[in-house]
Design a protein. Sequence first.
Lengths: 80, 157
Amino acid sequence: MKVKLFAQIREVTGTESLEMAVPDDATIEGVRQALMAKGPQWQQALSANVLCACNQTLCDGTMVVSEQDEVAFFPPVTGG
Amino acid sequence: MFARVSEADFSQQALYDELCLNNQASQSGAVVTFTGRVRDYNAEGAIDGIELEYYPGMTESALQQLLAQATTRFGLTNAGIVHRVGRLPNQAQIVWVGTCAAHRQDAFSAASYIMDMLKQSVPIWKKEWAGDTSTWVAAKGTDNEAAMRWLTDDKDD
């Protein structure tokens, strides 16, 4: 699946987007945990107060995702 | 309705004209517009502009959804949002919201609702520059409360 990262999460991990393989019954929370296991920066960036979206719609961690989905992680929004 | 994300600056007059051109004029006695600009300070002192990041695709559709929600809730006859992204100097225009309704109260309330909800639900992130250092802006509790006020009203309806 395609994973996109924004703002502090993008900067701390040095990663704008990546492709990753996921099992059939993967949840967004499972994807987040897998990313956090990639190293201390990932752990730091994704541990606190992170919002997530699946196919560009906000969702929560229990959402089941598949290979074709685009998942994004980002901090609380601060536009306007 | 129009919802746009743009690096380029905008003309309030041009956006107002566009809003009114595509409007059911006979039903719209009120047009309210709001423009947000870059302040030259934050809680720590002077700043040298901001930088805005967004999620291409999702940001535009979140803005569009917000306009649709405001249209239903306040009976708007037309509405528009333009949000700039990229590096913006102090005093630059950041965001423009325009709302048209039969009467002023709905137009005022809708503009306020759109700005409150935008700060809560549209994927845009702000960074402040001071000299060579930049700091991501933390989400504000007061912004959260402003959005919650509208959501609490929903429950009371």
